[in-house]
Design a protein around this ligand. Structure first.
Ligand code: HEC
Ligand code: HEC
Length: 337
């Protein structure tokens, strides 16, 4: 009975939000799983699927480019050593092929950009936003603006946004990795234990992920094969939101808020490749980016239990010394006038 009442409440909220019946049915499933229902006035958008693409009345050449974008998004490892220098695919963090609410669905970028971005203090377009996830989350070197791969990825993002209004005034339902309420106190030791109990079976005890016969199966939440110190997910609240809403895989929302935050606290206090904005000195880097980005990360902090200073190293992971500015990508400070 409770389920039915929930369903009706969702359906009416959904219709009030201007959703079709088909769309509201999709979102009912989420609410039954425990995700919050859309609020009145929220923008609720159900991205089209790759099957819808085959049916769509658009030029076959465009379909080809969107298919290529999908393929790159879900198997970004094909760019390993060129644009990607860790074990990730875009879909390692953006679950459900970048369509899943509460898993930072990627289509909102296609309808909210160009816009000012606090992280780099200027107006970004969609390509630059995608480039950001390459530079930090993939510990990589972004494909060139206007290249075939960049075109394909941006076409895929735009395809997912099909039918959503441009520059919407409403809040977007399920955007980002919304964090649960922050508990009073976070614990590294509790986080470690909860990680071992709930996560290590797939991601391994040392956070290096899992390989079988040289094939990668589960990505690395920290270490050389993971995202670098500049990635959004190193912020403890973003990690907590990711974990609460998406992990353990297949059991989203099964951890308590305290557990999700403790694990995020533990996970974001492990080593990973250096932030590509590193100036050569952790203190100086912190002075530059502490007031904005790193105020929410543990970059440069001293870990209590062993006195280790986080991110105080020049290890860029597999990228070695091909840091972006050595291959023609301007240093962050050169972008500003
Ligand atoms: C290590 C995890 C991770 C990986 C891998 C990753 N991203 Fe992201 N991505 C994030 C986080 C975190 C955000 C910020 C979400 C937020 O604002 O809460 C984000 C945001 C985005 C956004 C903006 C979404 C919005 O709501 O505006 C786009 C677009 C995007 N990523 C594209 C990509 C692409 C393309 C790739 C692969 C080249 C990729 N991401 C790989 C973690 C990741
Ligand atoms: C059943 C296996 C499994 C379990 C258990 C699991 N994960 Fe994952 N996790 C995955 C897979 C698979 C992905 C990548 C998603 C994809 O490719 O579909 C992932 C992605 C991630 C990512 C983003 C990519 C990265 O490696 O940084 C993080 C962070 C993460 N998991 C943390 C956790 C945490 C914390 C727990 C425990 C609460 C957990 N996972 C439990 C399988 C698992």
């Amino acid at each position: 009975m409770k389920l039915r009442r929930t369903t009706l409440a969702v359906a009416s909220a959904a219709l009030a939000a201007g959703m079709s019946m088909a769309a509201s049915a999709e979102y009912e499933k989420l609410v039954e799983m425990g995700y919050p229902a859309p609020k009145e006035g929220d923008l609720v958008h159900v991205p089209p699927t790759m099957a819808d693409l085959e049916e769509a009345d658009i030029h076959p050449e465009l379909k080809k480019v969107i298919r290529r974008g999908y393929d790159l998004f879900t198997n970004t490892q094909q760019l390993r050593g060129e644009n990607v220098f860790n074990d990730m695919n875009c879909s390692s963090c953006h679950l459900g092929e970048g369509r899943q609410p509460f898993s930072a669905p990627v289509w909102p970028a296609a309808v909210t950009l160009p816009d000012f971005r606090g992280k780099n203090q200027h107006v970004n377009n969609l390509e630059e936003r995608i480039a950001g996830c390459f530079a930090y989350s993939m510990n990589g070197i972004p494909p060139e603006y206007g290249s075939d791969d960049m075109l394909a990825l941006s076409a895929y993002h735009r395809w997912l946004a099909k039918g959503a209004p441009m520059y919407p005034d409403q809040p977007i339902y399920g955007r980002g990795f919304p964090a649960p309420e922050k508990p009073e106190e976070l614990s590294y030791a509790r986080g470690e234990q909860a990680y071992l109990d709930n996560c290590a079976v797939c991601h391994s005890e040392d956070g290096s992920g899992h390989y079988e016969d040289g094939e990668y199966v589960f990505p690395a939440p920290w270490g050389d094969g993971s995202n670098n110190w500049g990635a959004g997910i190193v912020r403890t609240h973003t990690a907590a939101g990711f974990i609460k809403n998406n992990m353990p895989l297949g059991q989203p929302l099964s951890l308590s808020d305290q557990e999700a935050w403790d694990i995020a606290y533990y996970m974001t206090r492990q080593e990973r490749p250096q932030d590509p904005r590193y100036t050569g000195d952790v203190e100086e880097t912190l002075e530059k980016f502490g007031p904005t980005f790193h105020k929410n990360s543990s970059y440069g902090q001293v870990r209590e239990h062993d006195g280790h200073r986080l991110a105080d190293h020049a290890n860029f992971g597999e990228k070695g010394d091909i840091v972006p500015w050595n291959v023609g990508v301007p240093r962050f400070e050169d972008l500003e006038d």
